[in-house]
Write a protein that binds this ligand. Structure first.
Ligand code: SF4
Length: 441
């Protein structure tokens, strides 16, 4: 069984360097790296240095020396990283040296020397990894591990049972990210809706007031920060209903990523999925009644062992009825160490392929129909990047990397991280095209 990559982190220096450390750690956590407190347990150590005064330079050099002696595999970043020769002269065998406030370069160096593990069914970030250029969105990981035992998944074996991060710590991290210019927080965990279960929802503290370690309370507080807040990996448990009004009130984005994986009760049972017995369709309908603008995203697996044509058709019927907005689909493939590997009746590869095609064809039609209805509407759009004079952004209903984009031609003066108001003028089955109405707050 391949194991998860483990990182040690040493952070020196001023509050600005601390924000960089925070961002690096936040993203590494979301990508599935485990942060460990000792040199011995780490596969690699990142040292975020300070080079402000001579004493700080010496302290930083000593920290690099210690990490090299104790671990041997070291990436240096931060202010002293701007003086590559000073570092290389003393420590020629550091793996990489990157400069201050260049957290993208650190992540790149980490990926190179210690690649992240990617599992298509359970990874919290897109397969291509976190896009390194935009600094205006960040993943906020609220817990580690998982209490479920889905048969296709080895996360619990790798990371153990659910461990929620203290709510005060999560909120402080979110505050620092927003203060550093982050406009959108993507809340992730293996099972976001289970947040706080392990702590029996006990109270933590934030801004001097008690606050329960619970998803609804977390969302309420995150909604006060003035950033877009997007929820991923939320299982449709009854208490999730409490969050939908926050979406209707505009406190957090009207967006819910609910990984359903299948619709046939037989297959869900074989998968041992959480919330498999909840009445998903009626729940979706109730959510839409409270928040008609809600965007629902999900992922599914086709070709799970034992999936019959009837099971698959049940899944297609569900899709037709649920009319989800954004859908991803994977062909089942065994993961080393997963219980599902022992299940009988594997589905032949060509059948999996054919089911994937039928699935995607149906969803493309549903998606195209839904996007057509947005033509003529004015939407708030967050600009992600500029491409040859065209601004590329996303509406509230689109997560970065995995959902659709909005292309805006009359984009003069726009830059990434800006919010604008856009009139939608065209759509295909995935993306939208719009015209700038006015900059928006
Ligand atoms: S809910 Fe299931 S698929 Fe997700 S991490 Fe837990 S065991 Fe794995």
């Amino acid at each position: 069984m391949s194991r998860e990559p483990k990182i040690g982190f040493v952070s020196l220096g001023c509050p600005k360097a601390l924000v960089d450390s925070e961002r690096i750690l936040t993203q590494l956590r979301a990508e599935g790296y485990r942060l460990v407190p000792t040199y011995q347990d780490a596969d690699l150590v990142v040292v975020n240095t300070c080079g402000f005064i001579d004493a700080a330079v010496e302290e930083s050099l000593e920290a690099i020396g210690e990490a090299l002696a104790e671990n041997g595999r070291v990436i240096v970043t931060g202010c002293l990283g701007a003086r590559t020769e000073t570092i290389r002269e003393r420590y020629p065998n550091v793996l990489a040296v990157t400069g201050p406030h260049a957290y993208e370069d650190v992540l790149q160096a980490v990926h190179e020397h210690l690649p992240p593990r990617h599992d298509p069914f359970t990874s919290l970030v897109p397969p291509q990894g976190i896009k390194l250029t935009p600094r205006h969105y960040a993943y906020l990981k609220i817990s580690e591990g998982c209490n479920h035992r889905c048969t296709f998944c080895i996360i619990p074996a790798l990371r153990g049972d659910l461990v929620s991060r203290p709510i005060g710590e999560v909120l402080e991290e979110a505050e620092r990210l927003v203060a550093a210019g982050v406009k959108e927080l993507l809340v992730v965990a293996q099972d976001t809706s289970a947040y706080g279960v392990d702590l029996r929802y006990r109270h933590g503290f934030w801004r001097g007031r008690p606050i329960r370690t619970r998803l609804a309370e977390l969302c309420q507080a995150l909604g006060e920060l003035g950033a877009w807040v997007r929820l991923h990996y939320v299982y449709p448990y009854p208490h999730v209903d409490e969050i939908i009004p926050l979406m209707a009130e505009g406190k957090i984005l009207p967006y819910l990523d609910v990984p359903l994986q299948h619709a046939s009760p037989r297959i869900l049972k074989a998968m041992r999925r959480p919330a498999a017995s909840e009445r998903t369709l009626s729940r979706i309908q109730a959510w839409r009644e409270i928040c008609p603008d809600i965007t629902l995203r999900s992922t599914f697996i086709v070709g799970f062992p034992g999936e019959t044509e009837a099971d698959f058709e049940e899944l297609l019927a569900f899709l037709e009825e649920a009319r989800l907005d954004r859908v991803g689909c994977f062909k089942y493939s065994p993961v080393e160490g997963a219980a599902a590997n022992a299940l009988p009746d594997p589905v032949p590869e060509e059948v999996k392929e054919e089911r994937l095609k039928r699935f995607m064809l149906l969803q493309a039609r549903i998606s195209a129909e839904k996007l057509q209805r947005r033509i003529g509407k004015i939407e708030q759009v967050l600009i992600d990047e500029m491409e040859d004079g065209t601004a590329v952004g996303r509406t509230r209903g689109d997560a970065p990397e995995i959902d659709g984009r909005v292309y805006i031609d009359n984009a003069e003066g726009l830059t990434h991280g800006m919010f604008v108001r856009v009139r939608i003028v065209a759509a295909d089955e995935h993306d939208l095209w719009g015209r700038l109405e006015s900059p928006a707050a």
